[in-house]
Design a protein around this ligand. Structure first.
Ligand SMILES: O=c1ccn([C@@H]2O[C@H](COP(=O)(O)OP(=O)(O)O[C@H]3O[C@H](CO)[C@@H](O)[C@H](O)[C@H]3O)[C@@H](O)[C@H]2O)c(=O)[nH]1
Length: 459
C-alpha cells in the first residue's frame, strides 16, 4: 500500500439487481482495495450478500452505503423504469456525502446510472463510468441512442429485416432491426422516460473517464476508437475482471451460491478427459423457450459429447421427461445457479454454449474454451460478432429471441466438432486466454489500472 493512495476514497455505484452488472464492479472494487484505496459501495440489501466476502476481508477500507430500494417507477419499458427509479437516491447520497468526515474524491458508476454525472458535478467530484459491456457493445449503445431519432425515422415501417449499420465504428458493424435492443426499438420521441434515459446515457460521454472490463488484445481497435470519441485518453481497459484464485471471492460462489454442492460437480468433472466437456449456460437473465429447450436437449442426445447444462429454475422451459436418464453418465444438469467461473476454469471443459453476455464472453475467452454463440438480446449480438467474425474463437449455433430455434442435427454436429483438438478456434482462443493472463498480471490491463489509481489519487 502506498501513502499516496491510502487516503483516497472512492464511491462505487453498481446498477442494482443485476448480476451481470454487479459482479464485475465488485471485482473492480477488489482491485482498488488491493492498491490501498478506501472504497464505499452503494448497495441494496438484496445485493449485499455479493459484497460480503470483500467486506469481511477489508473491514477498515471497504464500507457499504446501504440505501433503501426505491419503488420501481411505472414505465413503458421495465428496464427504463428501473433506471429512472435509481434517481431517487440522488438526495440521500448528497446527504451522506455532506455528513462524511472524509468524503470520496470520485464516483465510479455503472453506465446505466448516467445521472450520477450531475450528482458528481454538484458534489464537485470526478465522475467515472464503468461499462459492464465490452467496448464494441458500448460504442454501439452510445451511437444508437445518440442517433435514435434519425434511426427510428429511417425505419419508419419497423421492418424487422431493415439493416442498421454503424459505419463510424471500426469494422462497420451491421445488425438486422430485430437484433436492435428492444428499448431502442420501442423509443417514443418526447416521452419523458425515454428522453431521460437517453439524456443520462449520453451524459456518460462527458465524464472525466471510463473504465472498461476488457483488454487490449481483445478490443484494442475499439478502445482507440473510444479515446477519439471522448477526445482524451482517460479510458482504461482493466479486464478481464475476475476474482483472484486464492482471494476472498471464491470462484465457486461468485455471483451467488451454487445450487448444488460443488464437490459433486467437480468429482464428476475430474473423471473426464481434458477438453472433453461442453458447458451450456445462458447467464442470469435469459431463459430458453420450450421450443428452444426441446431442440437443445434433442441435439445433446444426438451428439456424443459430455456436457453440463445449466437451466434456471425460474425459466418457462423445462427439461423433457426421461432426458436425464437417457444422458446419464455424460450429462450433468444444474437447475439453478452454477459455479460458472470454476467450471470454465476446469481443464475438462473444452467449449461453452453461451448467450454472450459480456461477463460470460470474457470468462470463456479467459478460460481458453471454444465459444458456441447463442445471443438473445442487448449487446449479446455484438459480442457474438466479435467472437465469431473478428476474433475467430467461436461459431454461431443460434441467435435471436424465443422463436429462434436451432436445427438439432446441425447443433449436434457443432457440439461434437467443438471438442476436436485441432480446430482453429481452439488454437486462437488459447492464445487470447494467455494474452488475458499477461494483461492482468503485468501487461496493459495492469498498467491501465495503475494509471487510473495514480491519476485519481492525485486529485
Ligand atoms: O448460473 C450462473 C449464471 C451466471 N453466472 C455468472 O453471472 C454472470 C452473468 O453475466 P453475463 O454473462 O454478462 O450475463 P447476464 O447476466 O445476462 O448480463 C447482463 O449484463 C451484461 C453486462 O452488461 C450484458 O452483457 C448482458 O447482455 C446482460 O444480459 C457471469 O459472471 C457468470 O459467471 C454464474 O456464475 N452462474
Amino acid at each position: 500500500m502506498s501513502d499516496s493512495t491510502s487516503n483516497t476514497h472512492l464511491l462505487v455505484y453498481p446498477f442494482p439487481g443485476s448480476s451481470g452488472h454487479i459482479i464485475p464492479l465488485i471485482d473492480l472494487t477488489h482491485l482498488l482495495l488491493r492498491r490501498g484505496l478506501t472504497v464505499t459501495v452503494i448497495i441494496s440489501s438484496d445485493d449485499l450478500p455479493l459484497l460480503e466476502p470483500l467486506l469481511n476481508s477489508y473491514p477498515s477500507s471497504l464500507h457499504k452505503l446501504l440505501l433503501s430500494d426505491p419503488q420501481i417507477s411505472p414505465s413503458t419499458h421495465p428496464l427504463i423504469g428501473k433506471v429512472i427509479s435509481t434517481q431517487k437516491q440522488f438526495e440521500p447520497i448528497v446527504q451522506w456525502f455532506k455528513s462524511h468526515p472524509s468524503p470520496p474524491v470520485a464516483i465510479i458508476s455503472d453506465f446505466f446510472l448516467g445521472w450520477t454525472s450531475e450528482l458528481a458535478s454538484l458534489l464537485g467530484i470526478r465522475h467515472v463510468v464503468f461499462s459492464p459491456s465490452g467496448v464494441l457493445g458500448y460504442s454501439i449503445l452510445h451511437t444508437l441512442w445518440r442517433n435514435i431519432v434519425e434511426i427510428n425515422a429511417k425505419n419508419g415501417d419497423k421492418d424487422e429485416n431493415y439493416l442498421l449499420s454503424y459505419p463510424e465504428i471500426p469494422s462497420s458493424p451491421t445488425f438486422p432491426w430485430h437484433q436492435v435492443p428492444q428499448m431502442a426499438r420501442d423509443y417514443k420521441k418526447g416521452n419523458n422516460d425515454f428522453e431521460d434515459f437517453r439524456k443520462w446515457l449520453l451524459a456518460n460521454m462527458t465524464s472525466w473517464g471510463v473504465i472498461y472490463n476488457t483488454y487490449d488484445e481483445l478490443e484494442g481497435v475499439y478502445i482507440d476508437y473510444m479515446k477519439k470519441q471522448m477526445g482524451h485518453d482517460r479510458i482504461w481497459a482493466v479486464g478481464p475482471l475476475l476474482p483472484y484464485i486464492d482471494g476472498p471471492i471464491a470462484s465457486t460462489t461468485r455471483g451467488g451460491s451454487s445450487v448444488m454442492a460443488p464437490d459433486k460437480l467437480f468429482m464428476w468433472l475430474d473423471k473426464k478427459h481434458d477438453d472433453s466437456v461442453v458447458y451450456i449456460c445462458f447467464g442470469s437473465q435469459v431463459t430458453l423457450s420450450e421450443k428452444q429447450m426441446s431442440a437443445l436437449t434433442c441435439a445433446l442426445e444426438l451428439s456424443d459429447v459430455n456436457f453440463i447444462l445449466c437451466v434456471k429454475a425460474s425459466g418457462s422451459s423445462s427439461i423433457p421427461s426421461g432426458f436425464e436418464d437417457r444422458v446419464a453418465g455424460r450429462g450433468f444438469i444444474i437447475k439453478g445457479w452454477a459455479p460458472q467461473l470454476a467450471v470454465l476454469r476446469h481443464r475438462a471443459v473444452g467449449s461453452f454454449v453461451t448467450h454472450c453476455g459480456w461477463n460470460s464472453t470474457l470468462e470463456g475467452v479467459a478460460a481458453g474454451v471454444m465459444m458456441l454463440t447463442w445471443p438473445s438480446f442487448a449487446d449479446q449480438f455484438a459480442d457474438a460478432k466479435l467472437l465469431v467474425d473478428q476474433l475467430g474463437v467461436g461459431k454461431r449455433v443460434c441467435e435471436g429471441g424465443p422463436e429462434s430455434v436451432p436445427d438439432p442435427a446441425e447443433l449436434a454436429r457443432l457440439l461434437d466438432e467443438s471438442l476436436c483438438a485441432d480446430i482453429p478456434e481452439r488454437v486462437r482462443v488459447k492464445k487470447l486466454s494467455q494474452a488475458a493472463t499477461k494483461a492482468v498480471k503485468h501487461g496493459t490491463s495492469a498498467q491501465d489500472m495503475d494509471m487510473f489509481v495514480k491519476l485519481i489519487s492525485e486529485i
